[in-house]
Design a protein around this ligand. Sequence first.
Ligand SMILES: C[S@@+](CC[C@H](N)C(=O)[O-])C[C@H]1O[C@@H](n2cnc3c(N)ncnc32)[C@H](O)[C@@H]1O
Length: 413
Amino acid sequence: MVSSSTSAYDWNFGDGKEEPIHRIHSYPAKFPAFITTKALQYAEREGVNVKVVADVFCGCGTTAVEAKRSGKNFWGCDINPVATLIARVKTCHYRDALLARYFGAIQEEFHRTEPSPESRARVSDRIRYWFEEQNIEDLIRLDQAIRRHIPVNSPYRKFFHCGFSNILKPASRWLTKSIKAQLDPHKSPRGVMKAFEEQFALMRKANRQNRFPAPEPQVCIRTRNFLASQKPAYRADLIVTSPPYVTSYDYADIHQLSTLWLGYASDYRALRKNMLGNQYGVKPTEPGAIKELGSGAWKTYRALLREDRCKARSVARYFLDMDKAVVKCGRMLNHGGIAVFVIGNTQYKGVRIDNAAHLAERMERADFHRVETVRRKVSWKIMTPYRNARGRFTRDSTQRKVYGEEFVVIGRK
Ligand SMILES: C[S@@+](CC[C@H](N)C(=O)[O-])C[C@H]1O[C@@H](n2cnc3c(N)ncnc32)[C@H](O)[C@@H]1O
């Protein structure tokens, strides 16, 4: 039986402000760093000798950083190339003197050189749409300087491209903090070099403070669809992960500026294809597969069918994909290993979508044992549970709902 508990173990609060390394690049639905340290303590208290930690939806690498800092080897993947860029940068330690030297060379080149025709050609109309003329020129110049001074496969190229990626929105006309692609006609975009200098200062400070034990644990981060291969990618003792929520973020859309500019795709919409929870272009699920839905998922699907057929399909597809993900996680874990999933429930047109209950049910089915679900407060959001079009928290209930709680679902192999 799946148990829902308030567990003596407290998953609620960490030790305060996130360290600079977790703030070098914005990322939606990033979880707090202390979740990983708590999961590690929890697993060790349960008698698991944790050597390898995995995060199969690793996002911007929160689990990766904390696992490495705690002296554990790490394996992770994410389908979003912007996520894995950030995660790789956060888990690498850079030589401060070399960072400063590269930065000086980039600045000098930026002020000295005009964009070449090839650099200009790299920028599509789709990108230009978001920027004013001066900022487009400056961004081309900056990108060109990074590419000229830092070798293609160097981790330092990734460092500067990560910084470049994080200034794209402030330097554009993208509505600040909006998770939808929306132009703000009233916005005054930030100047490119000023924003980049501040970004560099933040990343440099974060890098100085980001210490890993010696010998450095191994970190392997892949850009891939976790569901794609049958064989477990790696063996782990502890999985700490937070799957995408259905009807929540469209990561391909949100990161389109970085994806297009850094050349990860010529059409960012192609990245939606295998993203879990994606609601675009989801075909009707085969009748046989629908029968595989668990009882709660089936009820949700039926209730949604009455409201919106497309949404019902995408939710069914999400549940079926999550079933596969749970089975794959089970295969990845060593005997006695623990999986910790952080997940929230959502709502659509009044229909409650109980992701946590579904996950717990499927874990039982995939032979996880002692599955427990612990409610966790998402602290400060409770007072202002809605977000307006500008992404600001508000009490206005006609706006998009922000969830004040989420769940930690734990199971053992
Ligand atoms: C809730 S976020 C994880 C955030 C992460 N815990 C962090 O702190 O940054 C979920 C992630 O799942 C990724 N994702 C969605 N579908 C995927 C798939 N099929 N394979 C791998 N990753 C996927 C998304 O790109 C997103 O980064």
